[in-house]
Design a protein around this ligand. Structure first.
Ligand code: MIG
Length: 777
């Protein structure tokens, strides 16, 4: 796979004459085009052809029901002309998206292409996991899961923006002012997009005469299958996309805590020591992670007996201290007769084959390795059985690495699927998806009724139903710190809300300043894990002296303080598909005076919290955009600030710019976040209203046991909290609208001086007594 060679439109033959639903021929290809209209303004353009007898997609998309004539009214309309020209028009008659008739759908051998007109006002987003920034205009990119450090030069992955990365989701968001359309290719093969990139020869001279009037999405092979989703807002679009690709199931609360990882933690002793240090330093932590060294000679599903004489004992001891151990699982199985997992897989015919019909062999940590074939139900069932057995040690989650798949310097193109019948490219991008599906099934069997937690490096469309994603091997430098925001936002908008980077940086030595800046920027990312490469300097929160530790602790604790809020964002994700971390233009309209479309150094965590961290080395102040017309409460200085403007901020060394949005309610824990114990039934509501706030604030606080699947059977409660300001008085009302998990004990924190504060009609306290501030030490 060449990363810098692309199929170009000039080689494609375009459909000039055809009618949807009727067979036609283009060159040597017989095809039939289908246009399906679903409810919720979702459309599908699918091409049927003997050239691609099956789809191979495991994405498992679940579109809404087909739109019936005279049924639910759609807010948009789509038309397809004879030359396949597409027009998507909104209910006010505005053209939202269109394609050049006679140049919309093209073929070139096994490859296919969709082209659309590019307009000056277009901006582009999404694209899954990309490190090339938030806005994707003028970009040419491929979707092919890649073990970044193995396939790029160090200069590219340390200081540059390697592309493609580990996750492939060929999804493009087209923004047109404040209207959004999503385009999703349901095709697991290598796919590509060109948002009208300029063309240069040898990276030097720009080619003249290149047409910039179009953007395109294509595939090197596989059934052409394109979903068009009309938002119109980005929030609506994201919810629709999430429902189509599947929402992320509510994780256990411990997965939303802080995680400590390092390549080098090897033994039960290492974990006990971590456990003690976290307790000694008063730093809450849920996950203690084990990298490859815990295994016996890198054999997957084994635990080194010397380092873990009693694995079950170690796990239950740590569990009693509130820790969860998350071990790594690599797909590569050591090729070694007598190693039970290998022998068993061979017997079950569970491994991928090469073109000679023998087991495909790669070269990874254990040496010669074979690879489970996750494309088949039997292959997945085989892996799930081993996961189940392994999880019985008292393990509740796993870290799925090397599933790009990484095969070392063995060329993975010889790795075939489905007992040798399916070429590599049909399942390459889906390898991690299959691994995650099988692993999840294994955990569910091992611990029935418990919510498993999986973290995966690679993935494809639909991965979020099974696993969270960490953004792979980054580096301890400011370039990666800065880039981590856009990369996580790209994933968040592309159907993978649960993601985050290695905080502090994986490769190289972090510095006290960098880890501090990174923790401040990253402590509220949906997934929050500190991880570093073996041989690098120690990166645990206490490894930099007491002063740095106190700052790191402050933000780790603040994550725990806010965990009920984060947890509720995950509830909203599972129920409605809302993004968790999101760009400013998700919650606020883009305006001429405050354009938000390229802001990638600020972000929202849910609808209520905005961060604007310092991201440069030695930086002491920065400009912050306060979007929207409402006010913002600055956590730094405890003041309300007028919105809809730019301000400049100069945080102290321990501070980071965080702003709470007027009109919101933030549920937090009833302590200072010193402990990682989860208790959804004791909650403090921070009411972000000021004396002159005009609109009411409202939230439904959802709580349950935070660990089991009982919530799916109704063991979950909902407290509707409403607050409004009337004649200088703050009136709060609460109502238990769901009582499956019983009531909760709630208190309130106010953010202004009110004449009176009442809860459900009872005057609660004298003014001023409630004004504890979030994040105060
Ligand atoms: O070849 O397991 O991205 O997080 O520490 C490297 C060792 C394999 C790559 C992962 C990284 C992990 C490392 N792994």
């Amino acid at each position: 796979m060449y990363f810098h060679k692309y199929l170009i439109a000039g080689n494609f033959e375009f459909v000039k004459q055809c009618k949807a639903g009727q067979w036609a021929t283009l060159g040597k290809t017989r095809y039939r085009l289908h246009l399906t209209e679903f409810q919720d303004d979702i459309y599908r353009l699918r091409v049927e052809s003997p050239r691609w007898p099956q789809s191979f997609s495991q994405a498992g998309l679940t579109p809404p029901p087909v739109l019936k004539k005279n049924g639910t009214r759609a807010r948009s309309r789509i038309t397809l002309d004879r030359g396949c020209g597409i027009r998507l028009v909104d209910d006010r008659g505005r053209v939202i998206l269109q394609s050049p008739s006679g140049q919309t759908f093209g073929l070139c051998g096994d490859a296919s292409l969709f082209m659309f007109r590019r307009e000056a006002c277009h901006q582009f987003y999404g694209m899954g996991e990309k490190s090339t920034g938030l806005e994707h205009s003028g970009r040419r990119t491929k979707f092919w899961n890649t073990d970044v450090w193995a396939d790029f030069h160090v200069a590219q992955f340390r200081d540059g923006t390697p592309d493609p990365m580990y996750v492939s989701i060929p999804y493009l968001i087209v923004k047109r002012d404040n209207t959004y359309v999503g385009l999703l290719l349901d095709n697991p093969h290598a796919t590509f997009m060109d948002t009208s990139a300029s063309v240069a020869i040898a990276g030097q001279m720009a080619l003249k005469g290149v047409d910039h009037s179009c953007f395109l999405l294509g595939a090197e092979n596989g059934q052409p299958d394109l979903y068009l989703i009309y938002g119109p807002s980005l929030a609506e679009l994201t919810c629709k996309l999430q429902k189509l690709v599947g929402c992320t199931p509510l994780p256990p609360a411990w997965a939303l805590g802080y995680h400590q990882c390092r390549w080098g933690y090897t033994s039960a002793g290492d974990l006990d020591e971590l456990d003690q240090k976290f307790r000694k330093h008063g730093i809450p932590c849920d996950g203690l992670w084990l990298d490859i060294d815990y295994m016996d000679g890198y054999r997957v599903f084994t635990i080194n007996k010397k380092h873990f004489p009693d694995p079950k004992g170690a796990m239950s001891r740590l569990k009693a201290h509130g820790r969860k151990v998350v071990p790594i699982l690599d797909p590569g199985v050591k090729l070694e007769k007598g190693y039970a997992v290998y022998d068993d897989g061979r017997k079950a015919d569970a491994f991928c084959r090469n073109p000679q019909g023998r087991e495909f062999v790669g070269l990874v940590w254990p040496g010669k390795t074979v690879f489970p074939d996750f494309s088949t139900t039997e292959g997945r069932a085989w892996w799930a059985r081993h996961v189940e057995r392994f999880a019985a040690n008292g393990i509740h989650g796993a870290w799925l690495d090397m599933n790009d798949p990484a095969t070392g310097h063995a060329d993975h193109m010889q790795m075939l699927f489905d007992h040798g019948r399916a070429p590599h490219e049909t399942f390459h991008n889906q390898y991690a998806l299959g691994m995650a599906m099988a692993s999840r099934a294994g955990f569910e069997k091992a611990h029935p009724g418990q919510r498993p937690f999986l973290l995966s490096r690679s993935g494809s469309t639909g991965i979020g139903r099974y696993a969270a994603i960490w953004t792979g091997d980054n580096y301890s430098n400011y370039h990666h710190l800065k880039g981590s925001i856009a990369c996580s936002l790209n994933l968040a908008l592309s159907g993978v809300p649960f993601n985050g980077p290695d905080i502090g940086g994986f490769g190289g030595d972090t510095t006290p300043e960098l880890i501090t800046a990174w923790m401040k920027a990253g402590f509220l990312f949906p997934f929050c894990r500190n991880h570093s490469i073996s041989g690098s300097r120690e990166q645990e929160p206490w490894a930099f002296g007491p002063k740095v530790m106190r700052t790191l602790r402050r933000y780790i604790r603040l994550r725990y303080v806010l965990r009920p809020y984060l947890y509720n964002l995950f509830v909203a994700q599972e129920e409605r598909g809302e993004a968790i971390m999101r760009p400013l233009f998700y919650d606020f309209a883009d305006t001429k005076s405050l354009p938000l479309g390229k802001i990638q150094d600020q972000f929202m965590v849910g609808p209520a919290i905005m961060q604007a961290p310092l991201l440069e080395e030695g930086q002491t102040s920065r400009e912050v955009i306060l979007p929207g017309t409402g006010a913002w409460y600055s956590l730094m200085d405890g003041k309300w600030l007028k919105g809809n403007r730019r301000i400049s901020v100069t945080p102290t060394l321990v501070q980071t710019p965080i702003f709470l949005r007027e009109g919101t309610i933030i549920p937090v824990v009833a302590n200072q976040g010193e402990s990682n114990a989860f208790d959804g039934c004791r909650v403090v509501f921070h009411i972000l209203l000021k004396r002159d706030s005009r609109s009411a604030a409202e939230m439904t606080y959802v709580f349950d046991d935070g660990a089991t699947l009982a919530y799916q059977q109704g063991k979950q409660s909902r407290l509707l909290v409403r607050a409004r300001v009337r004649r200088g008085n703050l009136e709060i009302t609460t109502k238990l609208t769901g009582n499956g998990f019983g009531p909760c004990d709630s208190t309130f924190v106010t953010y202004d001086k009110f004449a009176q504060v009442s809860v459900n009609g009872h005057i609660l306290v004298r003014p001023g007594q409630l004004s504890a501030r979030l994040g105060n030490e």
